[in-house]
Design a protein around this ligand. Structure first.
Ligand code: MD3
Ligand code: FE
Length: 217
């Protein structure tokens, strides 16, 4: 095969099955990066990124905010989805159209047509920030997938098993990669290794991860 140096768009990257129910859509969000950047800026202007405290009293290294009907929050009382931002006492900003469309399109491509998230958690990683191994089980609708979008600096995502002690597999996630996690993958343990320093045109020395969730069944 000859390389078409004059192709209008980059060659299609292949979808990659990570596990049963988990598919990586490499570069899926790259074409929409400008709209996503604008959406994150508008959300965080209204509901600023903050470092939540775990029920055990540790300040999370990842800074978070939310948009949509429900937001994920943690404090000394526990983890929960809340319609109000505890910092402002107001509703979370509405889910921007570009985010809603991306979540729906990625889910459909992965075999989940009609995905309509009611919660969107935005994670911001500075160098050194990490997410220890955990499950996402605060959502009542476990039939719906979670859609995650990685932007900016790359990270090493850790893909575990059904129990905390199970062996993990490292998976590199780059700018624009979208992962859809459903079915048997929905309750797997997972985490993110400490972010390495770097510089990326999207957001400098940061990684942004957006996860779309359906909380209410
Ligand atoms: C697999 N975020 O916000 S995205 C989280 O990169 C979270 O910020 C990571 O884990 C991040 O909860 C990983 C990928 C991800 C998100 C949710 C999942 C993978 C998942 C839920 C179930 C299984
Ligand atoms: Fe998670």
């Amino acid at each position: 095969m000859t390389l078409d140096l004059f192709a209008a768009t980059a060659p299609e990257l292949e979808d990659e099955i990570l596990d049963e129910g988990a598919v990586v859509l490499r570069g899926f969000a790259v074409a929409r990066e400008a709209a996503l950047k604008d959406a994150v800026a508008r959300v965080s202007a209204d509901a600023p990124f903050r470092h939540l405290v775990t029920p055990g009293g540790f300040r999370m290294s990842v800074a978070m905010t939310n948009c949509g009907e429900l937001g994920w929050v943690s404090d000394r009382r526990g983890y929960r989805y809340d319609p109000l931002d505890p910092e402002s006492g107001r509703r979370w900003p509405a889910l921007p159209d570009a985010m809603r469309a991306l979540a729906r399109d990625a889910a459909a491509r992965a075999g989940y047509p009609g995905f309509a998230p009611d919660a969107c958690l935005v994670n911001r990683y500075a160098p050194g920030a990490r997410l220890s191994l955990h499950q996402d089980r605060d959502e009542k609708d476990l039939r719906a997938p979670i859609v995650s979008v990685s932007l900016g600096l790359p990270a090493v995502f850790l893909w575990g098993g059904g129990e905390r002690g199970d062996k993990t597999r490292p998976v590199a996630l780059h700018h624009g990669d979208v992962v859809v996690w459903g079915g048997p993958s929905r309750l797997r343990f997972h985490g993110v290794r400490p972010l390495k320093d770097g510089d990326h045109p999207f957001a400098g020395a940061l990684r942004i991860n957006i996860t779309f969730r359906k909380v209410i069944a």
